[in-house]
Design a protein around this ligand. Sequence first.
Ligand code: XIL
Length: 350
Amino acid sequence: MKIFRHSKHAVYFAVGLGFVLLLLTKSYASTGILRDLAQQSGITIGASVLMEPFENDAVYQETLAQEFNSLTPENAMKFSHLHPEKETYDFTNADKLVAFAKEHQMQVHGHVLVWHRNLPDWLTDEDWYPNTLEKILKWHIITVVEHYHGQVDSWDVVNEAIDENGDLRDSIWLDGLGSSYIEESFHWAHRADPNAKLFYNDYRGAGLGDKANAIYALVQDLVQRGVPIDGVGIQMHRSIQDPPNPERVAANISRLNELGLSVRITEMDIQIYGDEPPDDEKLQAQAQVYQDIMEICLAAVDCTGITTWGVSDQHSWIPYTFDRPDAPLLLDENYQPKPAYHALTETLAQ
Ligand code: XIL
């Protein structure tokens, strides 16, 4: 059967079809401008990565590689994922992310070696003698960091060790090992990969409040005693209703830099609360917060970059965790740039 009367009609059809397909992919594919501009400014723009969309959604992978020059496994390097049984490590998923980063010339920020959450049952179900618990933590850290020796650029060694009051957080680690688990963890990680940059990471510590002061005191003490810590990760899970105060964030980063420590903005998402689709005023307010933080990071002596906690609004942990709609990231549910994305590219372009 002959569908086209002339062969040139077949050519017109093929060209037309190609054009439509191109338009269709373009309406999803991102621009890649953010990554290019971040690269030119010498900073990292990162995203945390979830395995489910990473493995099942081609646009997710494509966007990740185009828009970001750094990735943080959102869950795949947590204790229960990497070390599900006492004698068993499972690096399968995390290895895939590290390989992807290498293929696309992205940095890898390892998250996380020591945390009070996401611990496997075999660990939490038993009462351990302190020296056994210490061996467990030590060999967990050494095994994981050695596995990724030379492939993971930086690590969140200890995460959220300080509570809301500025005290050391009650946890299996503090209870069993005392406060020295923090410095020991840095020593073990350093021993396993002396070139990896080692960070203390925490939330609600961006400005100059009690918690930020407690984090400052903790890392100052580590630095003064020669513990191998390279920097502080400032999580930035905030909202337009309760945004960080730019002057206070700048002052906090500056005092951490004066200790000789780098700062990274590690887990940024700015919640707007409710509304689908989100209204424009809220998206503009959100863009302003992203812009403020980017300006502070660019102006700081040593702020290595910003990582958003997710690739696009479609897979953010916020709606899932707090059971309400939200749109806290740079790209919308269809991977389209939001005002916050444009605010960052404009800031970087200047
Ligand atoms: C969150 C992930 O985003 C979720 O997918 C998971 O269910 C729970 O953990 N601070 C951290 C991150 O350091 O590891 C947390 O990530 C968010 C809060």
